[in-house]
Design a protein around this ligand. Structure first.
Ligand code: NDP
Length: 337
């Protein structure tokens, strides 16, 4: 242990013990987010008897709760439905004493010790914080698209697919999300057109090949959506498209548009307090240690998609969730708990 680090820990321990005596309601750890990363952290923290408080956030269960079959989570040879996996993780975490609360963080003050979290009207103090707030669906950003969310525009095929029964629809994107959504939506829609803005695909080969082989799926390459039609009628009527290569413009009559164009990390509430990269992902050392102007911020950890722009898998989210909880345990031990 370097002298600097040891001194830092000593000072922190002194501050920590001081506050601890005057405040008996200080939590050992709070976990932001209830996706795969947050719930794995909760299982480990709860088993370490830290009685973690889990704030479920805006999208309880995270991305797995709106996905269908997860085929690559080890231990499920036939695959497992995302919501089922999440439900089981919740049961596992609460069985060991985790407290799950349907709430989200309003703001956080990480300059205080213990850290102070504002949750609506409540203030929660905590000695450590695990940020597992994940990432939310990305939108095209067109005003007409925003106006028609819930009226034919959706970012959740699992939630809204049923409403597309017997209709022709479009899926935007060229990654695994778009392929998965398109294949899933063929259960309902008569025809699915995948609209990709380039001719390159980020999707894995197996997913892409499944989509290409599907008789109900068609592809449009080098094509972007310029306008979503039907705002006045409050019902999606079609998409105004533009082919960037040929310059052609035309209208595709579809009743639904599903977005599958990636996600935005949910970390804006920490801007200015911890280091974020240019796209808003939390910068971490060794995948979990959060920094503040390049220096490790003791007691704060990030895991899952909010800090992972590279792997973004359920299993890697679970892995970093586990790591974060183990580090919390170690940190609290070093602080004398
Ligand atoms: P990706 O980042 O992999 O792909 C996003 C796609 O959307 C790209 O084709 C991108 O195009 C396109 N895109 C981005 N912004 C726009 C825009 N404004 N307009 C039009 N197109 C746009 O995201 P995914 O959500 O597909 O996947 C994320 C991760 O999750 C990946 O690691 C993936 O493997 C994984 N995943 C796994 C699944 C499974 O195994 N069952 C299912 C779903 C996801 P461009 O390439 O031009 O930037």
């Amino acid at each position: 242990m370097t002298l600097c680090y040891a001194l830092g820990l000593h000072l922190l321990a002194a501050r920590y013990n001081q506050t601890d005596m005057s405040d008996t309601t200080v939590r050992d750890t709070v976990i932001l987010g209830s996706g795969c990363a947050g719930l794995t952290a909760a299982i480990y923290a709860a088993r370490a008897n830290l009685k973690p408080l889990v704030l479920e956030g805006h999208e309880p269960g995270g991305q797995l709760s709106i996905t269908t079959l997860v085929e690559n989570f080890p231990g499920w040879p036939e695959g497992v439905q995302g919501p089922e996996l999440i439900e089981n993780m919740k049961k596992q975490a609460t069985r060991f004493g985790a407290e799950l609360r349907m709430a989200h963080l309003t703001s956080a003050d990480l300059t205080r010790s213990p850290f102070e979290l504002t949750i609506g009207k409540d203030i929660v103090q905590t000695r450590s914080l695990i940020i597992a707030s994940g990432a939310s669906a990305r939108w095209l950003g067109l005003p007409s698209e925003q106006a028609l969310i819930g009226f034919g525009v959706s970012s959740c095929a699992t939630c809204d697919g049923f409403f597309a029964s017997g209709k022709e629809i479009a899926v935007i994107g060229g990654g695994d999300s778009a392929m998965e959504e398109a294949i899933f939506l063929t259960r309902f829609a008569t025809k699915v057109t995948i609209i990709n803005r380039t001719e390159n695909f980020r999707a894995s080969r197996i997913m892409l090949e499944r989509a290409i082989a599907h008789p109900q799926i068609e592809f449009l390459h080098n094509t972007v959506v310029e306008e979503v039609l039907g705002v006045e009628e409050k019902e999606l009527k079609g998409l105004k498209l533009f082919n960037k290569k040929t310059g052609e413009r035309w209208t595709l009559p579809v009743a639904f548009m599903f977005l599958g164009i990636g996600h935005i990390p949910n970390a804006t509430m920490f801007k200015g307090q911890i280091d974020l990269d240019d796209d808003g992902y939390i910068k971490t050392e060794h995948n979990i240690f959060v920094t503040q102007m390049g220096v490790q911020l003791h007691g704060v950890y990030a895991c899952g998609d909010v800090q992972d722009r590279r792997y973004r898998q359920a299993i890697t989210a679970a892995g970093t969730g586990c790591m974060a909880a183990l580090e919390v345990e170690k940190y609290l031990e070093e602080m004398g708990r």
